[in-house]
Design a protein around this ligand. Structure first.
Ligand code: HEM
Length: 391
């Protein structure tokens, strides 16, 4: 009788494994249960990432094959105006549930994002916010549409998650204005995750972009505007958000995003470097290309970021639970340390989400980590590969 108990338990487990529901989270299962369940999940081995475009000249992107259709109630949209737009025009799945290869193809095809940069952005984001087993990620909120999630501390919670690309000091994302909010800023509504909403378009924050464009760009968004706005957003969060943090990897995305509107949202036939604010609103708020939109002429990534950073340099760091208590974090990569960024991202960020993966989960993570490392090599960075889960 005593010996039979484990056999019964095992049989029960095998039965429950076979019947494991397609969208149930794996949270709450014991180590043994996980070891039994994870191999039964439908592991979608990711294909090798797409290479660069054969022809990266400008072309019509807002074409008849990609009409704008507003998202339905169950479609995911999130903090990235580019991915939102690509989903609303059908360059990405319109429901906002995407695979890494799909995103790389879409950002190359429609925006001409340079291949190694696209791969770096996508795999670093996917490893934190996507489901490595089903190879799916939400461009917005957490949803069961990405399949059964690996257990915590993994989050698999979509791009809205405040832990990777998404971070403090957004240009147009933030909560609605609450007059009695204790940290209310007179100049901008509160942008950061600390204040409750890190992903929704906010009109008042957009008006802040308009004001900076009027003051520094004669009514257009350009590199000078981007430079002054990024500095302002840093100071604003510093003075109003006690949990404000600006360390790698967010440091890299915060600066890159500031120049993205100039590099990608200006029509590829226009070489002025001046982004019209109605066009900007189209992307940021309405998630749509302007009529007749042509992509950038030639692959491009974060050109201009050095100007933005060097004009108002900062050290990576964070507030210490109080506003204006910023302390440097010497363990964070700086913008000129891409290999430190890679190593700490893998060994700190990824390892903290997946402390001890086994089976297909470990295999899936290793495949995606390899893709991430390949992207750093393709970008010309001579980094040493790290293997947090063994080879
Ligand atoms: C050409 C390609 C892309 C462009 C032009 C672009 C543009 C932008 C811009 C301008 C923002 C800032 C929004 C704001 O601060 O108001 C942003 C945010 C973001 N993007 Fe993208 N993006 C691109 C590709 C990607 C990719 C490939 C990913 C990941 C798969 C991604 C993930 C994000 C995330 C998570 C945020 C939120 C960051 C925050 O907290 O502000 N983006 N993007």
């Amino acid at each position: 009788m005593f010996l039979l108990r484990p056999i019964h338990a095992l049989l029960a487990l095998i039965c429950s494994v076979n019947a494991f529901p397609a969208h149930q989270s794996l949270a709450g299962l014991t180590r043994e249960e996980l070891d039994a369940v994870v191999p039964t999940l439908n592991f979608v081995r990711p294909p090798n990432p797409p290479g660069p475009l054969a022809d990266d000249s400008t072309k019509l992107v807002n074409d008849a094959a990609h009409p704008f259709i507003p998202p339905g109630p169950n479609d995911q949209r999130g903090p990235c105006p580019a991915l939102n737009t690509l989903a609303s025009h059908g360059y990405l799945s319109r429901n906002g549930i995407v695979s890494p290869a799909e995103v790389i193809n879409a950002v190359q095809d429609a925006f001409n994002l340079e291949n190694s940069f696209a791969r770096f952005l996508v795999f670093s984001t996917f490893l934190v916010n996507g489901n490595p087993i089903t190879n799916l990620m939400s461009i917005g909120a957490k949803t069961s549409a990405t399949g059964p999630s690996p257990p915590p501390p993994a989050t698999v919670a979509g791009l809205d998650t405040h832990n990777n690309c998404e971070g403090d000091t957004s240009m147009t994302r933030g909560m609605s204005l609450l007059p009695l909010q204790p940290y209310y800023s007179l100049q901008t509504p509160l942008a950061d995750f600390f204040f409750g909403d890190n992903h929704s378009f906010n009109e008042t924050r957009f008006q802040n972009v308009v004001n900076f464009s009027n003051k520094f760009g004669a009514g257009k968004f350009n590199l000078t505007v981007a430079t002054e706005l990024r500095n302002f957003l840093f100071q604003d969060s510093l003075m109003h958000n006690p949990t404000f943090s600006m360390v790698s990897p967010r440091l890299f995305t915060a600066y890159a995003e500031t120049v993205f509107p100039i590099n990608f949202f200006i029509d590829g036939r226009d070489k002025s470097g001046q982004l019209d604010l109605n066009v900007a609103r189209g992307f940021f708020q309405h998630m749509t290309f302007p009529a007749d939109f042509h992509r950038h002429d030639g692959a491009i990534s974060n050109e201009g970021v050095d100007t933005v950073f060097n004009t108002h340099p900062i050290v990576p760091g964070a507030n210490q639970g109080r506003v204006n208590s910023y302390k440097a974090d010497p363990t964070s990569a700086t913008l000129s340390e891409p290999c430190t960024r890679y190593t700490t991202f893998v060994e700190r960020n990824i390892k903290s989400l997946y402390p001890n993966p086994t089976g297909v989960l470990k295999e899936a993570l290793n495949v995606n980590l390899q893709f991430l490392f390949d992207a750093t090599v393709a970008a010309g960075e001579n980094c040493v590969q790290v293997f947090p889960f063994g080879r």
